[in-house]
Design a protein around this ligand. Structure first.
Ligand code: SAH
Ligand code: SF4
Ligand code: F3S
Length: 474
C-alpha cells in the first residue's frame, strides 16, 4: 500500500523533471484482461481531469475492456475525482453509496477511485475505514501504472492503494481515447507551484512541469491530420509555460508555433493574471487561429483578501492587464473565477469584489464559496463570517455576474458569428450546439451532417448562458 502524504506533496526540490517516453507499458498477459468486460468512467473536476479520463479510457481499451454509458452494465467502474471544494467530495462519497449497492448484487464488479481526491490523506483514511470494499485507488502521478495496479488487486484479492506524493515527472507515451472527434485537450504543463493559500491543486498535482515544445507540436500536427478543428492547451498557469524548462522558450513562442500547425482554433486555459506577457498578447493578435477568449481568474476585488490568498497581484495590476487585453485584442471576451467568503472577508472586501465586477463587466464568471481544504494555509485561518452571510454574498454576486453576462450577449444580437458545431443540443434534440470564437454557447436548428463543421450563424436570440441562431448558407 502506498498512502498519500500532504507534507511530502508540498516539497519543491531542485530534483530534475524526467521526461519519460516509455514508462507506459502493457504486459502481454494483461492485454486481454478485460475481454468481454465493460468499463464506466465517471469524471469530476477540471479539463485536466477530463483529459486524464481520456487517457484512462485508452489504457482500459488496451486491456480489451469495452466502454458502456450505463453504470449498471459495467464490470469495472472508475471515479476520477476532484478535490477542489468540499461539495466535490460529497458528490463522490454519495456516488460511492450507489455503487456499493450495485457491488452487493454483483460482487465481481471492480470499483476504483483515482484523481485528486486520492491524493488527500483525509480521503484515503475515510476510504480505508468506511469504503474498504473498493478494489483500487491510485493518484494523479501513476495513471500509466493502471494495468499493473489492476493486476495486483485482482491477484491479491484485496484493495490496492498506490498514491505517490511526489513532485512528478512527465510521461509522454500514455495513449488517449478522445471524447470528441473535433476538439481536443492538449496538456502543455502539469502541476502548479503558485500555492495560493486556499488551493489544494499544488498538493494533488505536484510541481509545475512543462512538456517539451516538440512533443506538444507533434501532438497538434497529428490532430490536424486526423481532422481536428480545435485544440485547448491545458495547464493550471499556462502563461508560466516553459519557465521550468532549461530552454529560452515561453508561452508566446508556443502559441506562435502551435498556430503554425494550421489547426483552425486554439484556446488555452488557465491564465493566471501573473506572467501574462506582452508577447502573448501580440501572439494572440497576430494569429487568426488563436481565439480571442481569455479566462483570467481574479478571485477577489479586495487587495487585503488577494494578499491573504497569496495571489501576488493587486486589484490595480489586474485592471491594468484587463484593460490592455481589451484594448489590444479586438472583440476579446474575458471570463473569471471569484471566491466569496474567504476567511474574514469583510463586507467592505466583498463590496470591492462587486465593484470590480461592475468595472470589468465580465462575459461570464464561475463563482464559489470558499471551501476549507485540509493541509492548505487558509484552512487554519480563523473565520468569523457565517455561512448564511457567505450564501447571501454569493447570491448577490451571481445576480451581478448574470446581469453582465446577458448584457454582453445582447451585443451579439443580429450579428453573424463563426460556430464550431460539436453535437446535439442539450435543450432540444433537433438543434446542434457549439461555441463561437469568443466561447459563447450557441444553439442552431441544423442537420446532424453539420457536426464537426465551422459554420456562419446569425444570432437571433440571446439569453444569459446561451444564444440561438440561424445558419447562414454561403
Ligand atoms: N489555476 C487556476 C485555477 C484552478 S482551480 C488559477 O489559479 O487561476 C479553479 C477555481 O476554483 C479557482 O480559480 C478558484 O476560484 C476555485 N477554488 C480553488 N480552491 C478553492 C477553494 N478552496 N474554495 C473555493 N473555491 C476554490
Ligand atoms: Fe490553485 Fe493558485 Fe495554482 Fe490556480 S494558481 S491551481 S488557484 S494554487
Ligand atoms: Fe479538481 Fe484536481 Fe482539477 S482538484 S479542479 S481535478 S486539478
Amino acid at each position: 500500500m502506498l498512502l498519500p502524504n500532504l507534507q511530502e506533496a508540498k516539497n519543491r526540490t531542485k530534483k530534475e523533471v524526467l521526461i519519460k517516453t516509455n514508462d507506459y507499458i502493457i504486459k502481454e498477459n494483461l492485454k486481454e484482461l478485460g475481454l468481454n468486460k465493460k468499463y464506466f468512467v465517471k469524471t469530476y473536476g477540471c479539463q485536466m481531469n477530463e483529459h486524464d479520463s481520456e487517457n484512462i479510457k485508452a489504457i482500459l481499451e488496451d486491456m480489451s475492456f469495452k466502454p458502456t454509458d450505463n453504470m449498471e452494465d459495467a464490470d469495472l467502474i472508475l471515479l476520477n475525482t476532484c478535490a477542489i471544494r468540499e461539495n466535490a467530495h460529497n458528490k463522490v462519497f454519495g456516488y460511492l453509496g450507489r455503487i456499493k449497492h450495485l457491488k452487493e448484487t454483483k460482487p465481481s464488479i471492480i470499483v476504483g477511485l483515482c484523481g485528486c481526491m486520492a491524493q488527500e490523506e483525509v480521503v484515503i483514511n475515510e476510504i480505508l475505514n468506511k469504503y474498504n470494499w473498493l478494489d483500487i485507488v491510485f493518484g494523479t502521478h501513476n495513471i500509466h501504472s493502471l494495468p499493473s495496479i489492476l493486476e495486483k488487486a485482482l491477484s491479491n484479492k484485496k484493495m490496492e492503494v498506490e498514491v505517490l506524493s511526489i513532485e512528478g515527472d512527465v510521461v509522454e507515451n500514455i495513449p488517449v481515447k478522445r471524447d470528441s472527434k473535433y476538439k481536443a485537450w492538449v496538456n502543455i504543463m502539469y502541476g502548479c507551484d503558485k500555492f495560493c493559500t486556499y488551493c489544494i491543486v499544488p498538493y494533488t498535482r505536484g510541481k509545475q512541469r512543462s512538456r517539451l515544445p516538440e512533443f506538444i507540436i507533434e501532438e497538434v500536427k497529428d490532430l490536424v491530420k486526423k481532422g481536428y478543428k480545435e485544440v485547448t492547451l491545458l495547464g493550471q498557469n499556462v502563461n508560466a509555460y516553459g519557465k521550468d524548462l532549461k530552454i529560452n522558450y515561453g508561452m508566446s513562442d508556443l502559441l506562435n508555433d502551435v498556430a503554425k500547425t494550421g489547426i483552425e482554433r486554439i484556446r488555452f486555459v488557465t491564465s493566471h493574471p501573473w506572467d501574462f506577457t506582452d508577447e502573448m498578447i501580440t501572439a494572440i493578435k497576430n494569429n487568426e487561429n488563436i481565439m480571442p477568449y481569455i479566462h483570467l481568474p481574479i478571485q477577489s476585488g479586495s487587495n487585503n483578501i488577494l494578499k491573504l490568498m497569496g495571489r501576488r497581484y493587486t486589484k490595480e495590476s489586474y485592471l491594468e492587464l484587463f484593460n490592455k487585453l481589451k484594448k489590444e485584442i479586438p472583440n476579446v471576451s474575458i471570463t473569471t473565477d471569484i471566491i466569496v467568503g474567504f476567511p474574514n472577508e469583510t463586507e467592505e472586501d466583498f463590496l470591492e469584489t462587486l465593484d470590480i465586477v461592475n468595472t470589468c463587466k465580465f462575459d461570464s464568471a464561475f463563482t464559489f464559496i470558499f471551501s476549507k481544504r485540509e493541509g492548505t494555509p487558509a484552512a487554519n485561518m480563523k473565520d468569523s463570517v457565517t455561512l448564511e452571510e457567505k450564501n447571501k454574498r454569493l447570491y448577490e454576486l451571481n445576480e451581478l455576474v448574470n446581469k453582465y453576462a446577458l448584457e454582453n450577449n445582447k451585443k451579439y444580437l443580429n450579428k453573424t458569428v463563426k460556430v464550431l458545431l460539436e453535437g446535439i443540443s442539450d435543450k432540444n434534440k433537433n438543434m446542434l450546439m457549439g461555441y463561437t470564437d469568443t466561447m459563447k454557447l450557441v444553439n442552431v436548428i441544423s442537420p446532424k451532417s453539420n457536426i464537426g463543421k465551422i459554420v456562419d450563424v446569425k444570432i437571433t436570440d440571446v439569453k444569459t448562458w446561451s444564444m440561438d441562431g440561424k445558419i447562414i448558407e454561403n
